[in-house]
Design a protein. Structure first.
Length: 265
């Protein structure tokens, strides 16, 4: 059977006549001949895939990358199409290719994961805003106007407007709007409190410190909380510096042993 891929009139001007080729493809077993026919069918339909990719221009993605995604959707459509169902290939291919492009935007273009419903709201609000901007002059469309145009509630429009600003994330080095002093987003971020790392240790040792004899507790307080030297502590208590050193070492070893011996809860 000849492989006919000549062009004739279809609902889509760039839709080639590949009905016979698809029937032959369905009958052929896997092999070089089938692969070659499949490649010719894909090549014949590529202009339509490119046209569909063109609908998504100026949305933040490189057009050549969109053409590649559309071509991938076309290959999937060719592989999954069943001519025995009696439907024209283009009626199956167009939503398949379009869906592949939309999935690409949903899965790869958003910096943060956004629910699909919010993504759809963003698209509807964006289109409504573009259409209204051609009818109103000197101002931006109001939320109420966009809600009426997109047939959405005003709350959904506000959600879509917020999503318009969430498609991509700003660099932390980006200067804050309206600022002229070089103040960036990273300057507004908080830092981890280094004391947080010692919270568990402090709470674990607190009851053991309270159980120490008064003199040992006073020595540890003066040394670690009063930041006093061992010689000053010895002078205040009327004992030798060596004795203070031995008491501090003995108390610390005892506290460490008690804390480490306690089973985890």
């Amino acid at each position: 059977m000849p492989n006919r891929t000549h062009t004739k009139r279809h609902p889509h001007d760039d839709a080639p006549d590949t009905a016979d080729a698809f029937r032959e493809l369905a009958a052929l077993p896997a092999g070089p001949r089938r692969d070659a026919l499949r490649a010719r069918i894909v090549e014949a339909w590529l202009p339509m895939a490119d046209r569909l990719a063109g609908r998504f221009r100026n949305r933040g993605e490189n057009h050549e990358d969109l053409r590649q995604v559309a071509a991938l959707g076309l290959v999937k459509a060719v592989d999954r199409y069943d001519p025995a169902r009696g439907h024209a290939f283009e009626s199956y291919a167009v939503p398949t290719v379009t869906g592949e492009i939309k999935r690409h935007f949903r899965d790869h273009m958003w910096t943060l994961h956004v629910p699909r419903r919010v993504q759809d709201l963003r698209n509807r609000v964006r289109i409504a805003g573009q259409e209204l901007s051609q009818t109103v002059s000197g101002r931006s469309p109001t939320v109420a106007e966009m809600a009426e145009r997109a047939q959405l509630s005003e709350e959904d429009v506000r959600t879509g407007l917020e999503a318009l600003e969430s498609f991509s994330a700003l660099s932390l080095d980006a200067e804050l709007p309206g600022g002229e002093d070089g103040y960036s987003l990273s300057d507004a971020l908080g830092a981890v409190d280094p004391a947080l790392a010692t919270v568990v240790d402090r709470e674990a040792v607190r009851p053991r410190l309270a159980a120490l004899p008064e003199r040992e507790r006073a020595i540890l307080y003066m040394r670690f909380f009063g930041d006093m030297t061992q010689s000053r502590i010895a002078e205040r208590l009327g004992i030798s510096q060596m004795h203070v050193s031995r008491l501090i070492s003995r108390c610390c070893d005892r506290l460490r042993e008690q804390v480490l011996r306690e089973p985890l809860r």
